[in-house]
Design a protein around this ligand. Structure first.
Ligand code: MG
Length: 357
């Protein structure tokens, strides 16, 4: 829907403001990034993660003289469609939804901002700009792209999104790789000796140890992580500036036709890939993380099964009669849950002992 231009703020600022005021945004506080919300108060949640992504994306956008407000809006909205319990939750919901068109969290983020938020008198969703919606969508399968009209076109034609969307995408990666190092160490599931085998960490860890031999370990960790973030961001800005000049980018059309322009130099790209591998093998596949993931997958698939079998157990606004549509309504309901809400709902439905109403 075409709205009047906002007064006193840009359209992207209005998008950002609407995202911050949405229900889905507030729920991010109680959704898992890696560690489930009740495991500890200092771990990142999807909310603190999204704020870190926005901070990094804005710094990069400003240095490249791009639109900071757009980069911020995309970053704050990029995880709105995430299920409870992080990637384990998304995998569980995706396999439940296999016969009904599957579940992709990027596409779900778009559903949240396009339809599921019910706040405004004149439209469903948040009525965000094309550029913000494009950035939020990030990836999607060719099959889904075909149903998305103008927004899906670039996936079919292999064209790039805006530079701000590319920045938000990489800022996401910089944020989670670094905060997962911090959270992983805090949880005790990984340690500094193991991390010393990862080149990106090793360089900075060594510098910090030799400059401050007496520094307590928590400060060593923080000092190392902040230097890692700085290295990645600085490299990304330098390389992206180079790419933009090299391809003589002047218009958005140039951006769409060019290869991905926001990128690391190849040595740093390699180093950050090694860090990613380390985190995958040592942290995301740690038995304690997997044990929690298995539990959360069971919670979500049991909830899905029970709602599909008996529609009447759903809150009235989600009750739909037609099976394929019902599956989507169940997926919307489950995806919108916070970790603790899902656990509570599971208890309400399955617990035999006295359960809270
Ligand atoms: Mg993210």
């Amino acid at each position: 829907m075409v709205e009047d231009a906002p007064q006193g703020r840009s359209e992207f600022q209005r998008d950002r403001d609407r995202i911050i005021h949405s229900n889905a945004f507030r729920r991010l506080e109680y959704k898992t990034q890696v560690f489930v919300n009740h495991e500890g108060d200092l771990f990142r949640t999807r909310l603190s993660h999204s704020i870190e992504v926005a901070q990094i994306a804005r710094s990069i956008a400003r240095r490249l003289r791009l639109n900071e407000d757009l980069a911020e809006a995309i970053s704050l909205a990029h995880d709105l469609g995430h299920t409870p319990f992080g990637h384990a939750g998304q995998d569980a919901l995706n396999s439940c939804m296999k016969p009904y068109g599957g579940f992709e969290h990027n596409l779900q983020s778009l559903r949240v901002v396009d339809m599921l938020e019910e706040r405004y008198a004149e439209f469903d969703g948040l009525n965000l700009c094309f550029e913000t919606r494009e950035g939020v969508l990030k990836h999607c399968s060719a099959e889904n792209a075909r149903q998305l009209g103008e927004l899906g076109e670039r996936f079919l034609k292999d064209r790039r999104p805006s530079l701000e969307a590319q920045i938000a995408n990489l800022a996401d990666e910089i944020a989670y790789n670094n905060h997962d190092v911090d959270d992983g160490l805090r949880s005790g599931l990984i340690n500094l000796d193991q991390l010393a085998s990862v080149p990106l960490v090793a360089t900075h860890l060594h510098e910090v140890h030799s400059a401050y031999p007496e520094l307590p370990e928590r400060r060593v960790v923080h000092e190392t992580v902040r230097r890692m973030i700085n290295t990645l961001v600085t490299d990304l800005i330098r390389q992206s500036e180079h790419n933009i000049n090299l391809h003589k980018i002047a218009t958005i059309e140039d951006v769409r036709r060019a290869p991905a322009l926001i990128a690391y130099s190849s040595p740093i790209s390699e180093q950050q890939r090694e860090l990613k591998n380390f985190l995958r093998n040592r942290l995301y596949r740690h038995f304690r993380v997997l044990r929690m993931s298995a539990k959360s997958q069971r919670i979500l698939s049991d909830l899905f099964g029970v709602f599909m079998a008996d529609n009447r157990l759903l809150p009235p606004q989600y009750q739909r009669q037609v099976e394929s549509d019902r599956a989507r309504a169940v997926a919307d309901y489950i995806a919108g849950m916070t970790d603790r809400y899902a656990i509570r709902e599971y208890r309400r439905i399955f617990a035999v002992e006295e359960a809270p109403l």
